[in-house]
Design a protein. Structure first.
Ligand code: ADP
Length: 295
C-alpha cells in the first residue's frame, strides 16, 4: 500500500499559503518529512490525519480517498500529534485500556493482551501503574506511540516526536519507530536532520509550503557530493563570505566558526573539501529560499 499525495494546496484565512502543490508518493517504511519551523509539515500532517481540509488536490491510500473517506482513514490511522496532552492522574495501563475500549476492542481478555503487549513494546511495563503526570518526556512520547498503535494502524503519523527528548530517550524512541516501520507506513515529521538520516529510507524536504527535494537520503546526499567546501573563518568575516559565495551553513567547532559552502569548484585555495552529508543537502535547499523570503 502506498500513500499518493497530489497537488495539495492549503491557504489559511490569514492569507498564509501553508501547502503549495505538494506531490509525494510515500511507500511502506519510514518516511521523513524534513523542514524548518513554519515549513508546512504540521499542516500536511493534520490534513492527512483528517483534522483539517485542504483547498485542492488529492491523497489516496490504497483504495481509500484520504480527503473524503475520513471515517475509513481514522480506522487505519495512528496519529501522534506535536502537542500530546495526557491525563496526569491516570496510569498508562488504565488509559490504554480505556482508549482500546473506545476504539472498539470490546473483548476483555483480547484488550488485556493488547494493552500488555503495547506496554512491553514501548518499554513502559515497569511504570504501567504510575500516573502519566509523573512520566519523563521520553516516556510520554512512547505512551503516545502506544496509543497510536491501538487498532493495528496501516498509516502512522508522528509530528516532531523527538523535540525535548534527551539523547538516550531519542535512541529508544528511534528504535521503537524503526521496528514499527517494518510493516506500516510511518511518516516522521521533523526539523532534526539526524532523525531522518538515521531512520528513513525515503524522505522529502519541505520549505515555505513547497516540496523542494525528495528521494532516498543517500541518493540526495550523492547529489551534492564533491560540491561542499569548508573553512574556519573569523566570525566577523561571515557576512563578506555570504555575499561572495553560497554559504549554506555555519557552525562552531572548538570555539571556531566553520562555514560550509556549496560550489561546483573549490572557491579558493583556503577551502578544503568536506564530505557531504544530509545536513548539507538540507541547508543547500533551504538556506537560499529562506533568505529570499526574508528579503
Ligand atoms: P511546521 O509544522 O513545518 O512548523 P505549519 O504547518 O505549522 O509548519 O505552518 C505553516 C505555515 O502556516 C506557518 O507560516 C504558520 O504560521 C501558518 N499556520 C499554521 N497553522 C495556521 C493556522 N491555523 N492559521 C493561520 N496560519 C497558520
Amino acid at each position: 500500500m502506498e500513500l499518493q499525495i497530489k497537488d495539495l494546496n492549503k491557504t489559511y484565512s490569514n492569507g498564509v499559503q501553508a501547502l503549495k502543490d505538494v506531490t509525494l508518493t510515500i511507500p511502506q517504511g519510514m518516511f521523513g518529512l524534513l523542514g524548518p519551523n513554519g515549513a508546512g509539515k504540521s499542516s500536511l500532517m493534520r490534513t492527512l490525519a483528517t483534522l483539517q481540509q485542504a483547498d485542492s488536490g488529492s491523497a489516496t491510500l490504497g483504495d481509500i480517498d484520504v480527503l473524503k473517506d475520513k471515517a475509513k482513514v481514522r480506522e487505519i490511522l495512528g496519529y501522534l500529534p506535536q502537542e500530546f496532552g495526557v491525563y496526569p492522574k491516570i496510569s498508562s495501563y488504565n488509559m490504554l485500556n480505556h482508549i482500546a475500549s473506545l476504539k472498539g476492542v470490546s473483548n476483555k481478555s483480547e484488550r488485556k493482551d493488547l494493552v500488555e503487549s503495547l506496554l512491553n513494546k514501548t518499554n513502559l511495563w515497569h511504570v504501567r501503574n504510575k500516573s502519566l503526570g509523573t512520566y519523563s518526556g521520553g516516556m510520554k512520547q512512547r505512551f503516545g506511540i502506544a496509543q497510536a498503535l491501538i487498532g493495528d494502524p496501516r498509516l502512522i503519523i508522528v509530528d516532531e516526536p523527538t523535540a525535548g527528548l534527551d539523547p538516550a530517550e531519542r535512541i529508544r524512541f528511534h528504535n521503537l519507530l524503526s521496528e514499527i516501520g517494518e510493516n506500516t507506513i510511518v511518516i516522521l515529521s521533523t526539523h532534526i536532520v539526524d532523525d531522518v538520516s538515521n531512520l528513513c529510507n525515503n524522505m522529502a524536504i519541505i520549505c515555505l509550503g513547497e516540496v523542494v527535494a525528495k528521494g532516498n537520503p543517500s541518493e540526495l546526499t550523492e547529489g551534492v557530493k564533491g560540491r561542499i567546501w569548508k573553512k574556519a573563518i573569523e566570525k566577523g568575516d561571515l557576512e563578506e563570505y555570504q555575499f561572495e559565495m553560497q554559504v549554506i551553513s555555519t557552525y562552531l567547532k572548538a570555539g571556531r566558526t566553520i562555514i560550509h559552502v556549496l560550489s561546483d569548484n573549490k572557491p579558493d585555495s583556503t577551502f578544503e573539501p568536506s564530505k557531504a552529508n544530509l545536513e548539507d543537502v538540507y541547508f543547500a535547499e533551504i538556506t537560499s529560499r529562506m533568505a529570499l523570503s526574508v528579503d
